[in-house]
Design a protein around this ligand. Sequence first.
Ligand code: SAJ
Length: 457
Amino acid sequence: MTAQETMKSKLLGKIADRTAVTGVIGLGYVGLPLAMEFCEAGFTVLGFDVSERVVALLMRGESHIQDVPAAKIAQFVKSGRFVATTDETKLRDADTISIAVPTPLAKTRDPDMSYVIAAAETVARNARPGMLMVLESTTYPGTTRDVMQPRLEARHLTIGSDVFLAFSPERVDPGNPVWNTKNTPKVLGGITQACTDVAAALYGTCIDHIVPVSSPETAELVKLLENTFRSVNIGLANEMAIICDHLGVDVWEVIDAAATKPFGFMKFTPGPGIGGHCIPLDPHYLAWKMRTLNYKTRFIDLASEINSAMPDLVAAKVALALNDESKSVRGSRVLVLGVAYKRDIDDMRESPALDVIRLLEERGAQVAYHDPHVPKFRDEEKEHAGVALTDAEIARADVVVIVTDHSAINYQHLVDTAHLIVDTRNALAKTTPSKARIVSLTPRAVNGALPATAVER
Ligand code: SAJ
């Protein structure tokens, strides 16, 4: 047996009998659930994070991630199965290291690779023969080969024989009641076949369905295709809203009817723009990479252009709605309803509500917000505190703007109480007409009747 085969078979053996120590760098919404799955699979797990606060709370058996119960952490900390640390030298004891650190965009909308580079250097400083490293952070194609591999080779470690290196995209959807780390298929691609084999063996111990692909670039692109697909189709839905507004047609009725097609169609809906830490960001990693190769990724750029223009369109709708009441935006009181980036969560990252609020304040509106999941938040300038959704608060608003359609809101009571509502999410579709005048992104087909402004037949 060659040296490579020996190293590979030794590591495969330690994975099979669970004596391998599995390391996870980055104990956030991706890394912590993964660490828990490794614990459940019977491994001793070493979690590394740069945050003293996170490491301390985890070692107290507490959880900072909504999908990871504190009891599970406490159980594995107590049994010694899970240890969190900020001491990178402890990584030398790990046989495998999965890296799940952030990959944000810089202000220039270019990739901010600082976290990945820091993690790569941490791994390289503590790497030893026999280790498997798997990068999970969403990034541009080529990162594993161009950022991870050279740093390991600089330590005289040959990929595929001394150490094993792969990419495996994270597919964590926080709060998803159906899909979790264990039951979501896991794509992975290694620098060499041996790298792919070892990565597949590791993840196969705790994830139901493994999808090996032929290279890290393939795996990196799989993730980018998944989220670019969403961004482009959301952009199409938003452009359809603009088209329907010009034509005097209810875009929601069009989409709902199109969605009755049992094949060849997938429903996406227009809205006030796109938020979150994935969809607004991930496609820009691919666009950036392709710019370095002098290729312009037109679909990505156009979708981004349309999606990021939606907050302006919403602000214009609000201004028009107030104008129809002979009111100016300046001096009007606006109540924004729902600020999280999507329904029924508390995450504010890249939320379009931030842009809508800023645009309305810039036009002189007095903006308050209510969000049952977000009692307060800080933007670049100041802290915002939510207001209670009382009848008095609704009544004193010149206009209520539904930006995020949380399920917890009583929308019928809202239309019974408010004077004027701008609905950017079709949240009021099932309400019966009442006191409030309702303005949508497009004219609303109420009770099946075409809006008065429908195109002349
Ligand atoms: N949005 C629309 N119209 C749509 C769908 C979404 O305007 O038809 C908006 C949302 O309101 C939100 C943004 O786009 O502001 C992103 O929404 P999302 O449903 O894509 O949710 P995310 O950002 O949480 O995306 C995550 C991604 N998961 C991973 O990357 C692992 C994405 O791949 C998932 O498909 C998505 O969750 C999901 O399906 O929940």
